[in-house]
Design a protein around this ligand. Sequence first.
Ligand code: MN
Length: 252
Amino acid sequence: MTLTARPFALFISDLHLQASHPQTQEAFLRFLREHAAHAERLYLLGDIFEYWAGDDDIADPFNAGIVAALRALSDAGTLVYWLAGNRDFLVGPAFAEAAGLSLLQEPHLIDTGPRRIALVHGDAECTQDTKYMAFRAQVRDPAWQAQFLGMPLAQRKAIIAGLREGSREAQSGQDYQIMDVTPEAVDGVFAALDASVIIHGHTHRPAVHAHGDRLRYVLPDWELDAEPQRGGWIALQRDGSIARYDLDGTIL
Ligand code: MN
């Protein structure tokens, strides 16, 4: 039997939670109970939801269930942090209050032991995707967000459904995939924060990469309702050691 210290922090991203993917939802709830509940902190690094139309959608039964599970985790003593992804960036203070979590701005820095760790979702570092970068600049603009959130919820959901349908069509018939982060953007994050480690998601390319003497950890996406089933998380100990875990809790 090995003794494992209580993790200082667990990191997950890209679960793309949605009512039509019940097994992925169940795996997430199980992860909260069996793993996150034993960590001091849980960092949600973006695209936890497939989409978020605004905090007035908390009443939706599916969303309410996720919020309640996060709240239970927080009430039981795990500190929960949220960093927005490219799909759920409209999460706001009402969601944070209901779920018992703290909203972070990216890049977010945490110091443990010898490590200085920068957290980002990863979409802002895919700088070669110029179409997406222009879209991102638009939808992250506070004035755009205020105008969008001023629309009725049903209208916002219809617009989001149209965007998602459009991106599905763009992806079929060609070898489209999420572009990867660029070395220049990664170096920029390391340099700006003087970080020795970056943890990010978004690209769905789980790995650990060396950038000189610095390390970049990439989180997996979660998918339990389609093949190949996949998911997992990263754990950080107080001494700065980092490990990647598969869905069943095996160290990779
Ligand atoms: Mn993403």
